[in-house]
Design a protein around this ligand. Structure first.
Ligand SMILES: [Cu+2]
Length: 115
């Protein structure tokens, strides 16, 4: 193996390492971020169960080609009918378990656990 090839390989690993470390910073910051997303697609909420800290804003985005809603069972929040690519956001200011469903398709359910 030539020195040049060895150098390129070593350098490549070093660069990859730097990117990996740089990449971990935004990921760590993201965990503390105040916004989290739930995607609605194929008649389901994803993730179906979401754990967030108090004060987090959760945004539901309808990625389905069918209208959906996100309505909590205890009426804490209630979206309008979301057409494709429409969003609904709610900020959870109290800890608790918030179960919700789609009022058009009540078999679609999800849960937000606020800690
Ligand atoms: Cu629905």
């Amino acid at each position: 193996m030539s020195t040049a090839v060895l150098f390129v390989m070593t350098f490549g690993v070093a660069v990859a390492g730097m990117f990996a470390r740089a990449g971990s910073l935004p990921a760590a910051a993201h965990q503390k971020s105040e916004a989290t997303e739930v995607k609605i697609d194929n008649f389901s909420f994803g993730p179906a169960e979401l754990k967030v800290s108090v004060g987090t804003t959760v945004t539901w985005t309808n990625r389905d080609d069918i209208p959906h809603t996100a309505v909590s069972t205890d009426k804490t929040f209630k979206s309008k009918v979301l057409d494709t690519d429409e969003k609904f956001s709610f900020t959870f200011s109290k800890p608790g378990t918030y179960e919700y469903f789609c009022s058009i398709h009540p078999k679609m359910t999800g849960k937000v656990v606020v800690q």
